[in-house]
Write a protein that binds this ligand. Structure first.
Ligand SMILES: Cc1cc2nc3c(=O)[nH]c(=O)nc-3n(C[C@H](O)[C@H](O)[C@H](O)COP(=O)(O)OP(=O)(O)OC[C@H]3O[C@@H](n4cnc5c(N)ncnc54)[C@H](O)[C@@H]3O)c2cc1C
Ligand code: SF4
Ligand code: SF4
Ligand code: SF4
Length: 385
C-alpha cells in the first residue's frame, strides 16, 4: 500500500486514489493545504495497485523531438479571455465538435479549483484561463477512462504531473485520448488561496475571479476579483502580493521544488505555455494580447495541431531559443527558506505586508551577497598588488 515518507515524492495526482478497488484511500489536506493519500489499512487488501500506478515510483523517460510553435487564436475575443494565445479553447472545440469530452481545471462554487469535464461549447469557459492554485483531480481519471472505453474522444488537460498520473492509471495508450499539459511554474496551496481570498473579500461574496485579466495588456496582466455588491478588486500581476508570493515560490507544493516534469521531452501530446520573451525572440508575433508557445510532442499532437492550424496565426520556432525566458519549461523551482517564514506568519499577519517584508528580505540578502562579493574582489586585487 502507498506510504508517503517524503512529501516531495507525492504530487497529489490522485492516481492511487482513482485505482484503489476497495476505495480505502482518502485524499486529505496536510497543514500546508496540499492533498496527500491516506490509506484505511483495515480495508486494504494489499493488492499493490496504488503503488503500480504512482508516477513518482514508476517514472517514464520520453524520447521525442518536440516541435516548438509560436501562435495565437485568430478569434480575438477568446484570446482576450485566455491566459496566453487561446490555444486551449481551439483544442477543446475540436474535441467537442467530434462528440468528445474535455477535462480541465475550473472553479467550484467556493472558488476552489477542481478538475471536471464538459461536453458542450458553452461550458468550456469554466476551464478557460489559468488558475494559480493546485487543482483537485478527484475522480477525473476514472471518469476519463469510462469515456475512453465508450469510444468517445477525450482531451485531458492539466499540469504535467497530472498527465503522468492519468497515463500510469490508464496503463495503455488509447487511440481516442489527447493529452495537453502546460509549462508549470508550480502550484500554490489551497489553504493559502482560501486565506488570501477571504483577506481580499473582507466579508463580501465573490462572484468572479480572473487570474489573468488582460485589460492592461498580456504582459502586465491583473488579478481581478468581483463581488456581489458590484465592487471589484484589481491589481497588476507583478504588483499583487498573492502572485508575487507564487512567483517567488513561498507556497508551492513540496513536489514542485523537485519537479521531475520540467523537461522538453514530455508525456503529453501538446504542451501550452506563455511565449515570454517574445519581443526579443519573435517580435512579429507580439501585440501584447497574448501569444502561446506550444510544443508538439507526438504524432497525435501533430495531427491535432494540423486540425486547428487554419484558426491560428503561427510560426515554427527554435525550441532552445524560445524557452530562454521561460525557465519553468526545463528547470525546477528552487526551495526557499522564506517558505517556512511565510507559513509561520501568514494566518496572523496582514498578507500584503508579510509578502512585501519577505520580498524586501530577499532583496536585502541579494544586496549583501553582492556587496560581499565586490568587497572580496577588491580584497583579492589589493592582495595581488
Ligand atoms: C499553475 C500554473 C502555472 C503555470 N506556469 C507557467 C509558467 O511558468 N510559464 C508558462 O509559460 N506558462 C505557465 N502556465 C500556463 C499558462 O499560464 C497558460 O495556461 C497556457 O499557456 C495556456 O494558455 P491558453 O491561452 O492556450 O489557454 P487558457 O484558456 O488560458 O488555459 C486553460 C488551460 O489551463 C488549464 N489550467 C488552468 N488552471 C489550472 C490548474 N490550476 N491546474 C491545471 N491546469 C490548469 C486548464 O485546464 C486549461 O487546459 C501555468 C499555468 C498554471 C495553471
Ligand atoms: S494496496 Fe490495493 S487495496 Fe490497499 S490501498 Fe492500495 S490499491 Fe487500495
Ligand atoms: S499516485 Fe499520485 S497522489 Fe498517489 S502517492 Fe503517487 S504521486 Fe501521490
Ligand atoms: S511544478 Fe511539477 S510537481 Fe509541481 S504541479 Fe507542476 S508539474 Fe506538478
Amino acid at each position: 500500500m502507498i506510504k508517503i515518507t517524503r512529501k516531495e515524492n507525492c504530487t497529489g495526482c490522485h492516481a492511487c486514489y482513482n485505482v484503489c478497488p476497495k476505495k480505502c484511500i482518502d485524499m486529505n489536506f496536510d497543514e500546508e493545504g496540499f492533498l496527500y493519500p491516506s490509506v484505511d489499512s483495515s480495508k486494504c487488501v494489499e493488492c499493490g495497485l496504488c503503488e503500480k500506478v504512482c508516477p513518482i515510483i514508476h517514472t517514464v523517460e520520453v524520447e521525442n523531438e518536440p516541435i516548438a510553435v509560436g501562435c495565437y487564436n485568430k478569434d480575438e475575443k477568446i484570446r482576450m479571455e485566455s491566459s496566453s494565445g487561446g490555444i486551449f479553447t481551439l483544442l477543446s472545440e475540436l474535441t467537442i465538435q467530434s462528440g468528445g469530452v474535455v477535462f480541465g481545471a475550473g472553479f467550484d462554487e467556493n472558488y476552489n479549483v477542481r478538475h471536471a469535464y464538459v461536453d458542450n461549447m458553452d461550458d468550456l469557459k469554466k476551464f478557460r484561463g489559468s488558475k494559480y492554485v493546485q487543482s483537485t483531480i478527484g475522480s477525473s481519471y476514472y471518469d476519463a477512462k469510462k469515456f475512453l472505453e465508450q469510444g468517445r474522444q477525450v482531451l485531458f488537460t492539466g499540469t504535467p504531473c497530472q498527465i503522468a498520473g492519468l497515463k500510469r492509471y490508464l496503463k495503455k495508450d488509447y487511440y481516442n485520448l489527447v493529452c495537453q499539459d502546460i509549462v508549470c511554474h508550480g502550484v500554490p496551496s489551497t489553504y493559502v488561496w482560501n486565506h488570501y481570498k477571504n483577506f481580499i473579500a473582507d466579508g463580501r461574496k465573490i462572484v468572479g475571479i480572473k487570474f489573468r485579466d488582460k485589460s492592461t495588456g498580456w504582459k502586465t496582466y491583473s488579478l481581478q476579483i468581483d463581488f456581489d455588491d458590484g465592487s471589484s478588486y484589481k491589481d497588476i500581476g507583478n504588483e499583487n502580493s498573492y502572485i508575487k508570493g507564487f512567483v517567488k515560490d513561498f507556497y508551492l507544493r513540496p513536489s514542485c521544488y523537485e519537479c521531475k516534469y520540467k523537461t522538453l521531452h514530455r508525456e503529453s501530446d501538446i504542451t501550452l505555455a506563455d511565449f515570454w520573451g517574445i519581443e526579443a525572440n519573435e517580435p512579429e508575433l507580439d501585440d501584447n494580447k497574448g501569444t502561446s508557445l506550444i510544443f508538439i510532442n507526438s504524432d497525435k499532437g501533430k495531427i491535432t495541431f494540423d486540425e486547428i492550424k487554419e484558426n491560428i496565426i503561427s510560426k515554427i520556432v527554435d525550441i532552445e531559443k524560445s524557452v530562454t525566458f521561460n525557465p519553468s519549461a526545463f528547470r525546477t523551482s528552487a526551495y526557499t527558506n522564506k517558505k517556512a517564514k511565510f507559513y509561520r506568519k501568514y494566518k496572523s499577519e496582514n498578507f500584503d505586508l508579510l509578502i512585501n517584508k519577505l520580498m524586501k528580505d530577499s532583496l536585502l540578502k541579494k544586496t549583501i551577497v553582492y556587496t560581499n562579493s565586490i568587497k572580496a574582489k577588491i580584497k583579492r586585487k589589493l592582495l595581488k598588488k
